[in-house]
Write a protein that binds this ligand. Structure first.
Ligand SMILES: [Zn+2]
Length: 255
């Protein structure tokens, strides 16, 4: 009788072992399985086999170290390759520019574009903390430098176009950088979720659209307060904002 009872206990324990290993059993079950494993060598052997298998599944640290090293090396090779390619491209442009124009003109624009792209990719690849903020900083500075270079090259070196940078270029650039920065700052420092950040972004896009038109003169102040043009300018964004705000509330509520 006692033997049959022990057999039954073993059977139950072995059925529960997978759950026990995963820590999915209740406290009471855990206690009685603990007791059984202490007394029963067969069951404790099975248990040890199971945990051994579990350990085999997660790679030992050395292998993960090697993997991490390979990933890092790949990244570095990619960045070096990119830098090398950009360098060659800019060099070729400089030579052609010097030969054709007897001076440095459009190759300045190519060079700064390459530098801008490289800097952005470098930031994205190497930055671990605050990746978005760092990338945004690179974009902000890079866009300013790039616009300035284009303006200087076109107007002062090539003698074409007008001085648009200070009239339209910079105000519009600052405006749209603000449109990008505010949601990023909200997400980073105020810990807003992605839905709220997107909703804020869309709201700022509406303001950005109107403000851009005001700056370029496509729009005058009176037009802002008319419904005319609202559907074309802001309706899509308004619907988007409502959807994103709702999704944001639902995800928060579910947590
Ligand atoms: Zn047993």
């Amino acid at each position: 009788m006692e033997l049959r009872e022990k057999e039954l206990a073993c059977e139950i324990v072995r059925d529960l072992l997978p759950l026990y290993v995963d820590g999915m059993v209740s406290d009471v079950s855990k206690k009685s399985i603990d007791n059984h494993l202490e007394q029963c060598t067969e069951c404790s052997e099975i248990y040890q086999d199971m945990t051994c298998h579990l350990e085999m599944e997660t790679p030992p640290t050395e292998i993960s170290d090697v993997k991490r090293f390979l990933k890092k090396t790949k990244k570095m090779y990619f960045l070096y390759g990119l830098g090398g390619l950009s360098f060659i491209a800019v060099l070729v442009c400089l030579i052609v520019d010097l030969a054709v124009n007897k001076g440095i003109t459009w190759s300045l624009i190519v060079g700064s574009s390459c530098l801008f792209t490289d800097a952005l990719l470098y930031a994205l690849f190497t930055c671990k903390k605050d990746k978005i903020c760092t990338s945004m900083a690179v974009i902000s500075v890079g866009a300013f430098v790039l616009l300035s270079v284009i303006q200087i090259t076109r107007y002062y070196l090539l003698g074409t176009g007008t001085v648009w940078l200070f009239r339209y270029g910079l105000p519009i650039l600052l405006l749209w950088l603000l449109v990008l920065w505010l949601p990023v700052l909200g997400g980073t420092f105020l810990k807003w979720n992605i839905w709220d950040c997107t909703a804020l972004f869309l709201f700022l896009v509406i303001i950005g659209n109107y403000a851009t038109k005001l700056i370029t003169g496509d729009y005058v102040w009176e037009d802002v307060f008319h419904m005319q043009g609202f559907t074309g300018n802001a309706l899509g964004e308004v619907i988007g904002i409502m959807i994103f705000v709702m999704v944001g509330r639902v995800t928060k509520w579910k947590k």
